[in-house]
Design a binder for this molecule. Structure first.
Ligand code: COA
Length: 189
């Protein structure tokens, strides 16, 4: 991906690039997701498997797949991943996609989340023309909520007891962002 040129405050940490996910990233995904600072805040299960990720990334990589999946890579190592995924099968929801993101435990708090969010919002706004991006975040995941708010997401609702996390049912927030300047055609003369 050549775009975007990030504004200074979202500039890549040195040596970090954003690129499309490859099927060969499956092992890196399994390692990232297997960490106790990562999977409990997602809807992943413990003991992530490389085979599972290989199957998912193969589906995303297929020609015509509606999934958009990117990674941040530092010196050849995958340090974060983010994606946009269709919401159901109805064509009437094509203007809307679901966002997911995670950063490897050792790389959290170092600007990787901002870098990935900037790249995905640019993709959604300027290349897919999405009107709406939505996501689910646990009610106590303040770090992720702060990141989303920075990119214009607002809380739209609370899902009570949304998911089981380490033996406790936890609430989730539905957050969403509308395109900041919905696209129009080029003015005709
Ligand atoms: C949530 C997550 C994606 C954020 O990515 P990150 O690379 O750690 O975040 P960044 O370093 O880019 O920081 C982005 C913003 O998050 C907020 N933030 C960062 N660390 C924070 C903390 N400890 N507490 C509260 N907010 C915090 C800040 O607003 C920060 O922006 P700023 O540094 O300009 O003030 C990442 O920590 C992660 O993957 N966590 C585990 C999985 C997860 O929770 N995924 C999201 C599921 S909804």
């Amino acid at each position: 991906m050549s775009r975007p040129e990030a504004p200074a405050h979202f500039a890549s940490p040195p040596g970090v690039i954003v690129r499309r996910t490859r099927v060969s990233d499956a092992g890196a995904f399994a390692r990232m997701m297997d960490h106790p600072d990562v999977f409990p805040n997602l809807l992943q299960m413990p003991h992530a498997s490389e085979e599972h990720w290989k199957a998912r990334l193969t589906e995303s990589a297929a020609s015509g797949s509606p999934h958009v999946q990117i990674v941040a890579e530092a010196d050849g190592e995958v340090v974060g991943a983010a994606g946009l995924h269709p919401i159901g099968a109805s064509p009437r929801k094509r203007h809307s996609m679901l966002l997911g993101i995670n950063v490897a435990a050792d790389w959290q708090g170092r600007g990787i989340g901002k870098l990935l969010m900037h790249a995905l919002c640019d993709y959604a706004d300027n290349w897919l023309g999405l009107l709406r991006i939505e996501l689910d975040v646990f009610a106590d995941n303040r770090r992720a909520q702060a990141l989303y708010e920075r990119f214009g997401f607002v809380r739209e609702g609370v899902r009570r007891c949304e998911a089981l996390r380490d033996g406790v049912y936890v609430d989730g927030w539905l957050m969403a962002r509308l395109h900041p300047a919905p696209l129009r055609g080029f003015p005709r003369v």
